[in-house]
Design a protein around this ligand. Structure first.
Ligand code: FES
Length: 287
């Protein structure tokens, strides 16, 4: 068994409280082709990637010290970096949101862009031709402290299910699935704003987005707590912000991306939320 070699003695490797989890076999790692896996917990907010860089790297394992693993989410605002590995420069990025790039040969250090923190590195160990995750150096995006599972997962079963080269994108925290359960109140909404064909209405802890556009995905981010919702669109919307005076909502920002527009609803503190489709609108109910 060999422990992780490091080129940087200043990096503190805290591995004591993390589980040891098999990720893959050395023989399954192809040069410059990342494999995605979850660690330390088996859910989408704990996604990471492992890659054989073919050049020596800080924290790298294997005969060439060129196998490294990192968390999959940008440390700036949590965008998924999946599919953004650059094999020429051995960097992850540019991030799809604000173009940060991370140097995978130097502990995920920021090369350029908005992020200020390195990509959290998954500490690895090789034993009998198998690669194991044994800890994390750095704070994963969206957490005040990295999650520590209390029960060791059944490794072989998990790896079969989770380690794929093409797992579906994105996670995130505290999402409750759409429910058809009616909110049994005759709600009298207050009009907050209207922008093109999109209306924002509020009733206490419920924000209703009324539009004919299709909701593609939604998720919650922390610090500050905000709900992100993406809708299909063939139009370009200039970025616009609206401030709220009624809690829990403090701000709405709307802006165009390539084939969709994004609504970001900022909340005054941490919440969970659920969505309901009702009366040609999407209801975001915080609790
Ligand atoms: S989210 Fe990645 S640079 Fe902003």
């Amino acid at each position: 068994m060999s422990f992780v070699p490091s080129l940087n003695a200043d990096v503190e490797l805290k591995t004591k409280s993390y589980i040891r989890k098999r990720i893959t076999s050395l023989s399954d790692l192809e040069a410059n082709i990342p494999i995605y896996f979850s660690y330390p917990k088996d859910d989408d907010s704990n996604n990471n990637f492992i890659v054989k860089l073919q050049v020596k790297a800080a924290g790298g394992v294997g005969e060439e010290s060129d196998i490294v693993a990192f968390n999959q989410y940008c440390t700036h605002m949590g965008a998924s970096l999946k599919g953004r590995y650059n094999k020429i420069h051995k960097i992850m990025g540019a991030c799809p949101q604000h173009l940060t790039t991370f140097d995978l040969t130097r502990h995920g250090m920021v090369v350029s862009g908005h992020a200020t923190a390195s990509l959290p590195q998954i500490m690895l160990e090789v034993s009998d031709g198998e690669v194991y995750a044994i800890g994390i150096s750095g704070l994963m995006y969206g957490f005040s402290q990295n999650p520590i599972p209390t029960v060791t997962p059944k490794i072989d079963k998990v790896v079969e299910k989770k380690v794929t080269k093409e797992e579906p994108p994105k996670k995130i925290l505290k999402i409750k699935k759409e429910t058809k359960k009616n909110i049994n109140k005759d709600l009298i909404y207050k009009n907050i704003a209207r922008y093109h064909n999109i209306s924002f209405l509020q009733f206490e802890n419920i924000l209703k987005i009324k539009t004919d556009d299709k909701l593609i995905k939604h998720y919650m981010l922390s610090n500050p707590c905000r709900i992100v919702a993406d809708f299909t669109s063939d139009k370009t919307l200039n970025t616009k912000s609206y401030k709220f005076s009624t809690k829990p909502f403090t701000k709405i920002r709307i802006g165009s991306h390539k084939a969709y527009y994004r609504v970001v609803i900022t909340l005054d503190k941490e919440y969970s939320y659920k969505t309901t489709v009702k009366d040609s609108g999407i209801l975001f109910e915080c609790y």
